[in-house]
Every structure is written in C-alpha cells, then in structure tokens.
Design a protein around this ligand. Sequence first.
Ligand SMILES: Cc1cc2nc3c(=O)[nH]c(=O)nc-3n(C[C@H](O)[C@H](O)[C@H](O)COP(=O)(O)OP(=O)(O)OC[C@H]3O[C@@H](n4cnc5c(N)ncnc54)[C@H](O)[C@@H]3O)c2cc1C
Length: 401
Amino acid sequence: MEHAEILICGGGIIGLTLARELVSRGADNILILEKEEEIGRHASGRNSGVLHAGIYYPAGSLKARLCLRGNRLMKAYCLSRGLPLQETGKVVVARHEGELPVLHKLHATASGNGATVELIDERQLDACEPLARTHQMALRSADTAIVDPKAILRCLVHDLLETGRVRLLTGTAFIGLKQTRTAETSRGPVRFRSFINAAGAYSDTIAHCFGLARQFRLIPFKGTYRELRSGKASLVKGNIYPVPDLRNPFLGVHFTRSIHDHVYVGPTAIPAFGRENYRLLEKLTGESLRILFDDARLFFLNQQFRTVALTEPRKYLARYFFEDAKSLVKALSPDDLGPCEKVGIRPQLVDWEKKELVMDFLVLKEQESLHILNAISPAFTSSMAFAEYVASEYLGTPLSS
Ligand SMILES: Cc1cc2nc3c(=O)[nH]c(=O)nc-3n(C[C@H](O)[C@H](O)[C@H](O)COP(=O)(O)OP(=O)(O)OC[C@H]3O[C@@H](n4cnc5c(N)ncnc54)[C@H](O)[C@@H]3O)c2cc1C
C-alpha cells in the first residue's frame, strides 16, 4: 500500500505552495493527489493572473495579513525562476461622486495594510492609463502586478519533484476516508500520518469526510470574460478596476492586461450550477439541484447574496456586460469586445448556521488532518505567505503528535 508522511489532496496553488513550505522546513515523503491528468485545470489555472496588493481587505483579516507579503514572495519567486512578471500597477476608478467616499476608505485600508497607494487626479490617471476614466480622482496601486499562473504552477511542480521529497500523483482522486489515517483513492488506498485538504472547490466535502466543517458548504460562482480586441487594447497599460461593493466578495468586472498581451474584461460572478460547470450544461451532476436549492434559500435569507444574484446574472447578456465595462473607460463600443474562451469558477464558502458568506480564508485542524477552506481571491497572490502562516500556526508541531 502507498504510504506518505503527509498526504496533500489538491495540486492547485495552495497544495503546491504548502508542499514547498513544508519541504523548506525539513518535511519528507509528501504525496500530492490531483484528480485531473494535469495541474491548473481549475481556479489556479483559470484566474486573472493578477498579483493583488492588499487594497480591499479589513485590518486583522488573514487576507490583509497575507496578501501583500504573498505578492512580494511570488514576485521574488518569479524573478528567481525567470518566470514572466510585469509590474503594471493598477487603478481603481470612481464611476460617480457617490463612490468617492469608498475610494478614500480604500486608500485608508490599503495604507493600513502597508500597500503603496496614492489618490491621483484625472490628469495623472490619463498619464498612466489613457483609456480609463474616473470621477475626479482614482486610486493607484504600485504593487499590483501580472504573472502567468500556469507557468508558476508548472515551475513549482518541477521544483518540488526535484527535491526528491515530494511525489505528485495526477489522475488520482481522493474518494474518502477508509479508516483512520488511510485514504481511499481512485488508485487504491494510501496510508498517511497527516492529511492536508487543499481541494479548492471540493474542500468542504473533503472536510465533511473527516467529520469537520458540517455547517460550511461551498457554492460556485462562474466568472466569464470577454476580450478587448480593437486597437483600444493597446491603450490598456495594466489593470482598471471599479470601486467595488465592499459587502461582496467579488471585485466587479475589470480590465486586465495579461502577460501574453491579451486584454481581458471580466470576470462576472454568476451563480453556477456545478463546481466545475464551466460551460452551460457541462458537469451538471446530481448535486446541481442541491446547489440550485441552496442558491434559492440564500437569495431569501442573505442580503449580500441577493445583491450578487440580482446584479450579476444579467451580465450573461452582452448588453449589460458592455455597460459595466464601458463605465470604466472613456470610449468603448460593443464591437470592441469579442468572445473569450476564458472562464473560471470561484467556490464561495457559506456558513449555513449563520446564513452568511464567509469573507476570509479559513483553516480548520484536528488531530491528523488540516483543511484549507475558502481559498478565494486573493489566494493565488497570498499562497506563499499563506503556506508560511499555515506551517507556523498549525504545523509547528507535527499534525500527528
Ligand atoms: C475567475 C477567477 C479569477 C481569479 N483571479 C484571481 C487573481 O487575479 N488573483 C488572485 O490572487 N486570485 C484570483 N482568483 C482566485 C485564485 O485563483 C484561487 O483563490 C486559487 O487558485 C485557489 O487555489 P486552490 O489551490 O485552493 O484551488 P484549485 O486551483 O481549484 O486547486 C484545487 C485542486 O484540487 C483538486 N481536487 C479537488 N478535489 C479533489 C479530490 N477529491 N482528489 C484529488 N484532487 C482534487 C482539483 O482538481 C484542483 O486541481 C481568481 C479565481 C477565479 C476563478
């Protein structure tokens, strides 16, 4: 029977950076299970590729503590490994006067989190983002950067395998707990001393297998993009974001120049009917009805969810998507936005006892297992700092002591 000291379920950015951190602290015989044949098939390979800079997150939250340090660690990693990185910066623009107080609030929050931000006027905005428009002032973040998420994942795997202390089994799904410290997988049982759940969109169901996190369930939100195809694309230098609704976990449709010189507009945050329901009818499972029912319950019970559910789905329609995008820039015509294959799913954790969306990362630990729940944005940015935090706070003593 396979045996691992530490069995990690999930080969996304969270599983890989945790393995890297544990190796740096002397761990050996780490086995990573990844159900897909290749890495990066889900959130870690489908995101916007933006290294965020700690602008939005309330003081004291894990996101506030880990985002900026994660940004710096990831930049250093990209530089040291010769991976693509562009320090483009980002602007947050106000669409009307009513958003100015939020812009000031963001400036205060970001400064408190240690981010390098400044409020700029329309002339300064014009100099750094010629296509962006704002009402009186905008917020500029210097620390925001863009990277190639799939290249980072591939490089991490290469580095991990090279240590000889980590194995990666792709095409191998964790199915359940066979008995204490023995996992049932699609390729047979695996004995382990410690188990780490980094399964992204399935992290709730896996925690449930260990008898944990019963009050938590993930609901999926689909993020679709369009591509800025006309000559206007050359006018987007970095990232143009709207002032967000701070009560929501999503940042709103934005313009992002990718490392491969595409300009993406999106993502939306539309309730989806499956954890991997990327296309209309793809991967609809028996669970889809339950998700639909959960969405309906939340709609009635939670104001935050109701706002998202009322505003986001209409962005499926090109006209509404266009209106959102147009509000951030000086000139845009519907023909400037072309279709785009890029789509991702953001699994959002809900606390069903409180009927609330969980806004921060969440870590749960019991004797032999540790569970990363709600690794939502900016978890890609934060991942290396998050791994440091988890290793220090939760794995300072061996999981199986
Ligand atoms: C549209 C979109 C845009 C985003 N933009 C950004 C951004 O610009 N910047 C940023 O910082 N963050 C962004 N994020 C968030 C970021 O991508 C995620 O927070 C992060 O990738 C989560 O990583 P993960 O490892 O937890 O999940 P995943 O990448 O989903 O990895 C989990 C892995 O576990 C595997 N798995 C699941 N169940 C099992 C099982 N039973 N057995 C074996 N393997 C299993 C899955 O196949 C998957 O590969 C975005 C997310 C989306 C969807």
